[in-house]
Structures are given as C-alpha cells and as structure tokens.
Write a protein that binds this ligand. Structure first.
Ligand code: IVH
Length: 666
C-alpha cells in the first residue's frame, strides 16, 4: 500500500510538472501520448483505491457535484480596480503625480502589463494547495467559484515549490483566447444554443456555472498579475513576485516588462496598441504599476483604486451605421432616455444595435435625426456612443424632439432642477415601477435569484406586483400560472425571495433606489448609521454632510426620499413582511472625527493603506499634502520634507509606534 501511495504522489507531481511545461512554458518535454499514459495510470489506481482520491488530484478537476448557489466570502484584502488614463497626456500626469508622491525627480521604475479583457479572480493557495477561488465581486467580497476555477487546466492545483508559503493569494484574469472563442461559438450554434457576444461574456458566463462540468468544457485560460495577502515569503519588487509565481507554476503573461520613465511607458503603450489585433487574446489597454512595493505603500490608495497604478486605455474603435429609429426609454427614476436603434454593426468584439443618445441637448448638439448615417465609437466596457452624423440622405428629415408626454403612462414630463434630463413625474408610471422592482431584485441589491428582468416584467404585467413590498406577498400558484413557468421554477422563486429577506443595511438601502446612492455610498451609510434603519430615516442634511464622502446632492436626495410617505410605507411593509437587516455588532467609535493625518517616510509595522483604513474607520481623514489644517504627521523611516514643514507649522508628529498606541487605546 505504501508503494501505491508513493506512486500516486509521484504521478500527481509528474502530471503537474508536465502541465507546467505545456501550459505555462509552452514547451512540453513529453509527448501527448506519454502524458495520457501517466494520467491513465493515476486514474486506474484511483479507481481501485478510491480512498486515495483527493480534491487536488489532477484527475479531479471535474469531479464536483453541481451546487445550488455560490457562497459569498470576504477578500482578506479588498480587490481594488484601476483608474484610467484615456490618452498619453493622462499617462504623463500619472507619472508626474507619482514623482510628487514619492518625492523623487529621477525616472520611475514601473512594471508594464497588458490589460487583459476578461474576469478578475482571486486564487488562494495554502501550503501550496489551491484551496479557494473567488470572483472579484464588489471588491470586498466575492463568490466562491473554486470548483469552476479548478477546471482550468493551466491553473496548478498544487504549486511546484518544495517549501511553498503558508498563504499565497494571487489575483489574475480569466479569459478565452480568440481562436478558442470562435470554436466555442461554432459548437454553440451546432448545438442550437445561443452564441456569446464576445470572449469576455463567454468567460464570465462559464465562471458562473453552478455545474462545473459545463465550465470544464469551456476553453478558459488564466494569467496572474497581482499579490493578495502572502504569508511566508517577502518580495521587494513586483518583478520578483511575478518571477516567483511563474517559477512555482502560475501562468504569467509573457508581454510583461520593466519600463523606466515616461518615454518608455509611452513606447510600451503605443506598441501594444499597434499590435493588439495580432495577439491571441483580447486586451483593452496597458497597466503600469510601481515596481517597488515600498514605493507603492508610500503612494497609497484611494477608496476604489490604488494611486500606484494606472490603466492606459486604448483609443476607441469606430464604425458607421444607419439610425433606423429613435425610441424613448423610461428609467426607474423616471428619466426619459432617447435610444437610437441602428443597423447592427460589429465594433471591438460586440454587435451594437442600440446606442443611447442621453438627452435632448446631446441630440441637438450633434443634430442627430432618424435615417442619418452616423459614426459610432466603442472602447472596452464603455457604452457605445455616436460621435457624429456622417451623412443625411433625406435633407428634409425633421429634427428629433423628445415628446413632452411619457411614452409609458402618458403623464406630463418636466426638466427637474435644471437637469438636462426630462423626467416623467408620475411615481406610478408602469415603466418606472418595472425599473425600480428590477433594480430591487438585482444581484448587488437584494439579490433575489431567479427574479430576473423578464420575470419581473411578467409579474408586473400580470398585476401580481405593483410596489416593491408586493414581492413578499406573491403566491406560488399565481407565479406558476404565468406563461411557461412550471411549478418547480415557481417554488424556486419563492425560496429565493425568502432567502433574500435576511440582508444587510447597505444592500437594502441600495435596493430602494434612492437617487445618487450607489453601492459604495450605501456601504458608507451602513457604517455611519451602524446598520440602524430608524436612525437613517430620521437623518438630516446637516448630519449627512458630516460624512466625508457625502456631498450636497446625495444629502438632498436622501432627505427628499424619506420625506415621501410612499417610501416610508414601502419600507415599513417590507420589514413587516420579513425583511430583516443584520446588525453588525460594531459600535464604531468616531474618535478621530475632525482629525487630518498626513504620512511621510515608510512604515514598517503596517502598510500605508491599512493605516489609512484605520483612520477612516475611526472617522478621521488622510491627506497627501501637509497644510496648516493637518492635525497629525505620522513619520516613518526616512521621512521626507514634510517632517521639517510640520515642525515649522507646529503640527504634532507621531512615530509609527505612537500612531498605533493612539489607535490601540480605543
Ligand atoms: S491589477 C489594484 N493588472 O482590470 C490593481 N488588473 O480595473 C488591481 N485587469 O479588476 C488590478 N489586466 O480584472 C491588474 N495586468 C493587470 C490586469 C488587470 C486586466 C483587470 C482586473 C481589474 C481591472 C481593473
């Protein structure tokens, strides 16, 4: 038995090693037949000794049973996104900003990477074993897609390191190669299944499969590009990190390069843009990241993106088409949006059939009319837009004017508060109701699985739902009576409605659709009001404006929302019908309220980002520039000129230890 165990271990290591040569190095050292033999030998032994099978065996990449839903798991370190540089000038500004933040005048060392157009994920390796894989989600928490990620052949289930770190979190992008995408769509159409609009959507859909056997049939690839939390090994530079992860078997893109100074950055960016069509996979830009981790800490992060990195976007791709019609859409806030229905046209990976025209001003400025031949532009994930009219066949076509009557309910419309947008003023307008309820059920809101846009529309059309809280009174048999919906689907919907009732303050607030309150603001409000809805309902503009990230527009929207009895009623009914807001037992002390911190030098006991988060958590603010309003300067090792300036201005100076003491005492 011991010999068999030994052979199993040997075979697994051999297979991982040859996968590495095949998928990562693109340089196999055995033939496909020899690889098959190793694999078959392992399969045979495992068939005879099932107790030797474990999840990390290469034979088990598709062994999982389908699941009902994905678990949500918090990222140990938030997954931030990147801010964009739309042109070379923005790259120059970025480089200048970095020099200022680092207090340096010499050329800066960056790592330049292609910006892969796929889906960001996190891989967690514990003692070298792949134990967890998550989607990016909202950046704070993602969905557990471990069993789908395990089906990706180029993703090692065990790292090729003799002494792997205790914990290695790596972030990367899952994508589908252009050629594989064409083959996949051919297969879809042969099987009479709907084809995917682009490789990115196909990759996203594949990762969201509850049955990993379906994912295993999708040609997914992965490239890794960022560390998460790592315990057991340290890196000074990003380059060293990438070299290491490549060595231990993780796929790293081969166009990644060290570049020094802005002129080299521009060369890298322009070169990649010129050659993007020759690549095997879709990219939508370049990414520039500070190479030295110590410099990253010094540069710090904003709430959603780091200051130490930037995405250089490629220029938008353009095509011409003809406007067949212009229709008016009514959104959930009553906004009337004109949409041009155009002859379908293929631009940078997707077929465009509708283009939003935003508002009357935009239509007038560009003088857009039905029948016009127009130039359309689309870049990456940005919604397509009409650049200009190229040709008008019929010179007598009248100008297009948005009707002053709502196309959904016939109610009058108005420009409210000098907005460029025209709004329908009828709160009971069917299209608005539909939008509001669809938003309420959506994933980032109440996340009612199964209650997608189409079904909500059917429920509204059948008068089963009029207001949000009616969702909680629908009966199963009424749902199954709806066209084409069986008993089982109806039962599932009722179950997911019930499951979604237990929610968080942030989700519920976001779901209510208060104008100008997005997911991010909802999270800030959750913290401020300690998940207490009653406190939030009674808030005032003055109180809201005390919150760092809340401005006048948001404050006015919130107070206005709660003035409306209708909204209060809906919330009351939802709570009565079982919506339950989890209380997060954190009584947050805001003892740093009104304090403004500035950092200089490098921190050794924590990184700057974490220090900033602590300050933010206790109600303080962190700024980059020292002024007379600064209340504390935290000076780490090798402080810069800020130290002298603080002394001159008599601003209290804290060492890193002093700072931690201050926080710890609370
Ligand atoms: S680094 C804090 N590197 O772009 C930096 N991201 O808006 C985190 N992406 O969500 C990301 N290629 O999914 C990084 N070489 C690359 C990337 C990359 C594509 C995606 C990623 C991220 C988004 C940023």
């Amino acid at each position: 038995m011991n010999d068999i165990k030994k052979r199993v271990k040997e075979l697994r290591t051999l297979i991982e090693k040859h996968n590495y040569h095949y998928y990562i190095l693109n340089d196999p050292i055995i033939s496909d037949g020899e690889w098959d033999n190793l694999f078959r030998e392992l399969e045979n032994i495992e068939a005879n000794y099932p107790n030797l099978i474990n999840k990390l065996s290469p034979t088990q990449r598709v062994g999982a049973i389908p699941i009902d839903s994905f678990n949500t798991i918090a990222h140990r370190k938030p997954m931030l996104s990147l801010s964009n540089a739309m042109n070379n000038q923005d790259l120059v500004l970025f480089d200048e900003r970095i020099k200022k933040l680092l207090e340096k005048s010499i050329d800066i060392e960056y790592i330049a990477e292609p910006k892969l157009d796929g889906i960001g994920v996190e891989l967690v390796y514990e003692n070298g074993d792949f134990t967890l894989g998550l989607t990016r989600g909202d950046g704070f928490e993602g969905e557990d897609i471990t069993q789908n990620l395990r089906t990706i052949r180029s993703l090692p289930l065990k790292l090729l390191a003799s002494k792997p770190p205790k914990l290695l979190e790596v972030r990367g992008e899952v994508f589908i190669n252009k050629k594989d995408f064409v083959k996949l769509n051919d297969r879809q159409s042969e099987n009479n299944i709907q084809i995917f609009s682009n490789p990115r959507n196909a990759a996203a859909g594949s990762l969201r499969q509850l049955d990993s056997k379906i994912t295993a049939n999708r040609p997914l690839s992965i490239n890794c590009y960022e560390p998460g939390i790592i315990d057991g090994i340290d890196f000074d530079t990003h380059f060293d990190f990438l070299k290491y992860i490549k060595k231990i078997g993780l796929p790293v893109n081969n166009l990644i390069k060290k570049v020094v100074g802005i002129s080299k950055m521009k060369v890298y960016h322009n070169n990649l843009e010129l050659n993007r069509n020759k690549l095997d996979y879709e990219i939508d830009g370049t990414v520039f990241k500070l190479n030295r981790y110590i410099e990253r800490e010094k540069a710090g992060s904003r709430s959603r993106s780091p200051r130490w990195a930037i995405a250089g976007k490629f220029k938008a791709q353009q095509a011409t088409s003809t406007i067949k019609n212009i229709t008016i859409q009514v959104g959930r806030t009553g906004a009337l949006t004109p949409v041009a229905r155009i002859e379908p046209v293929f631009i940078s990976g997707v077929t465009v059939t509708n283009v939003t025209l935003h508002n009357q001003d935009e239509i007038d400025r560009k003088d857009i009319r039905i029948g016009d031949k127009v130039l359309i532009e689309r870049s990456g994930d940005v919604i397509p837009k009409i650049v200009k009219v190229v040709n008008r066949k019929n010179k007598n076509t009248p100008k297009f004017k948005i009707d002053s009557i709502c196309p959904s309910c016939g109610h009058t419309t108005k420009n409210v508060n000098d907005e460029a947008i025209i709004r329908c003023l009828n709160t009971y307008c069917p299209e608005q109701t539909k939008g509001r309820i669809q938003h309420y059920c959506s994933k980032p809101a109440m996340n009612i699985e199964g209650l997608g846009k189409k079904i909500v529309e059917q429920l509204i059309n059948n008068k089963l739902i009029i207001n949000i809280d009616d969702i909680y009174s629908i009966e199963k048999n009424k749902i199954s009576e709806i066209n084409g919906m069986g008993n089982k689907s109806a039962k599932n919907i009722i179950e997911s409605i019930n499951k979604s009732k237990k929610t968080t303050f942030a989700r519920f607030i976001y779901a209510l659709g208060i104008r100008n309150v997005g997911e991010h603001t909802a999270k800030i409000l959750e913290k401020k009001y300690n998940s207490k809805l009653d406190k939030f309902i009674q808030t005032t503009e003055k109180e809201l404006l005390e919150i760092n990230e809340v401005g006048e527009i948001v404050a006015k929207s919130i107070v206005g929302f709660w003035k409306d009895k209708n909204n209060l009623n809906i919330v009351k009914n939802c709570l009565e019908k079982g919506v339950y807001i989890e209380q997060k037992n954190e009584s947050v002390s805001e003892f740093l309220n009104g304090n403004i911190f500035v950092f200089t030098g490098s921190l050794e006991l924590m990184n700057r980002n974490d220090a900033k988060k602590m300050i933010d958590f206790f109600g303080g603010i962190t700024k980059n520039t020292l002024t007379k309003n600064t209340t504390h300067l935290v000076a780490g090792k090798n402080p810069g000129s800020k130290l002298n300036k603080a002394k001159q201005l008599n601003i209290p100076i804290l060492s890193e230890e002093n700072f931690l003491e201050l926080i710890k005492n609370k």
